[in-house]
Design a protein around this ligand. Structure first.
Ligand code: 3PG
Ligand code: MG
Length: 390
């Protein structure tokens, strides 16, 4: 990819695609990680003498044009505070003539945030006309939206073809960090994959298995693997259409894959359910596994010891409920304790919030801002945004 230092921005208006698709509740941003992650690029552009930095992003998945609940406006004050300088929020559709006029009227040195780019109909279709209208907003284009790099949308890859362009520092950092998990990872290399569904993660699992020494499976997806071996999983979540695949992976990679040996079973999916610790292949009817059991936690923590590369994606239990957060928190602690010993990467929204809640975030080498994008990269797919910056 072309990087920022290769782009001439002196005196230029620089259009920057960021990913400010952040959690918002009651008009308030709940987690500003993605905003903070965009600051190095914004500051680098200002330091390099850019006339203006014009930020654009999507927010949520609006389907019918502008809608108040999908407005990016709540992000503007958060960005302003993080950046320590004023940010002009330009309401109105990003590709409109009014927005263009507002951008052209910005004083030198101003930073602006455009309204949700998905309010423009052609955005997700990568429509040529829209690409051209967005390109009017800058003299150069920077893609820093790693979380959106797997989308071949106008504001990601479409507009890039029309302006001199480069990858921002976040995009570059993410691609480098996740790339280390695919090529030349130092061994032993241990991956922990959790989450509810095998089907969401299967391509990542298949791409990583030949490269790793151990793959620790956790969360809801473990029950599909356990059932595929004839285990009794009670009422636990599972995918019957993935049983053959799970069985095949265990046949081929049984020496690398670790499954939970015990679970915390609950008599209901609720925060105050009754619980008991049972063997993972002997869960009574009417009970469901909602977290890894103590022996599993011990074995997984053991398996992480001595690792030189570790990647973690997906919680080990229903960590939203305090009672079933133990496995996820224990893995967060175990991964966090590898600082200075292993290269550690955490990706995926749930694991990232778990690592943040665990207080161990500062001990992780790289915390990815990408959900789908980081998984697609680890599947070995070419990301349209990354390709566009080459
Ligand atoms: C995300 O939050 O995963 C990214 O911002 C992409 O959002 P999308 O799945 O709506 O394209
Ligand atoms: Mg997504």
């Amino acid at each position: 990819m072309q990087n920022l230092s290769q782009l001439d921005v002196q005196g230029k208006r620089v259009l920057v695609r960021v990913d400010y698709n952040v959690p918002v509740k009651d008009g308030l941003v709940q987690d500003d990680t993605r905003v903070t992650a965009s600051l190095p690029t914004i500051n680098a552009l200002l330091d390099a003498g850019a006339r203006n930095v014009i930020l654009m992003s999507h927010f949520g998945r609006p389907k019918n044009g502008p809608e108040e609940k999908y407005s990016l406006k709540p992000v503007a004050p958060v960005l302003e505070k993080a950046l320590g300088r004023p940010v002009t929020f330009i309401a109105g559709t990003a590709d409109s003539d009014e927005t263009l006029a507002a951008v052209e009227a910005l004083p030198e040195g101003a930073v602006a945030l455009l309204e949700n780019v998905r309010f423009s109909a052609g955005e997700e279709k990568n429509e040529e006309g829209l690409n051209g209208r967005l390109a009017r907003l800058g003299d150069a284009f920077v893609l820093d939206a790693f979380g959106s790099a797997h989308r071949a949308h106008s504001s990601v890859s479409g507009v890039a073809a029309q302006l001199p362009h480069a990858a921002g520092t976040l995009l570059q950092t993410e691609v480098d960090a996740l790339g280390r998990l695919l090529d030349g990872a130092e061994r032993p290399y241990v991956v922990i994959i959790g989450g509810a569904k095998v089907s969401d993660k299967i391509k990542v699992i298949e791409n990583l298995l030949p490269r790793v020494d151990k793959l620790l499976i956790g969360g809801g997806m473990a029950y599909t693997f356990i059932k595929s071996q004839g285990g009794k999983i009670g009422d636990s979540i599972h995918e019957d259409d993935q049983l053959d695949l799970a069985a095949r992976l265990l046949r081929e990679y049984g020496d690398k894959i670790m499954l939970p040996v015990d679970v915390i079973a609950a008599d209901a999916f609720s925060a105050d359910a009754n619980t008991q610790v049972v063997a993972s292949n002997a869960i009574p009817d009417g009970w469901q596994g909602l977290d890894a059991g103590p022996e599993t936690v011990r074995l997984y923590s053991e398996a992480l010891k001595g690792a030189k590369t570790v990647f973690w994606n997906g919680p080990l239990g229903v960590f939203e409920f305090e009672k079933f957060a133990g496995g996820t928190n224990a893995v967060a602690a175990a991964v966090g304790s590898l600082k200075n010993q292993a290269y550690t990467v955490v990706g995926g929204g749930d694991s990232v919030s778990a690592i943040n809640r665990s207080g161990k975030a500062d001990q992780i080498d790289h915390i990815s801002t990408g959900g789908g994008a980081s998984l697609e990269l680890l599947e070995g797919k070419a990301l349209p945004g990354v390709e566009a910056m080459k």
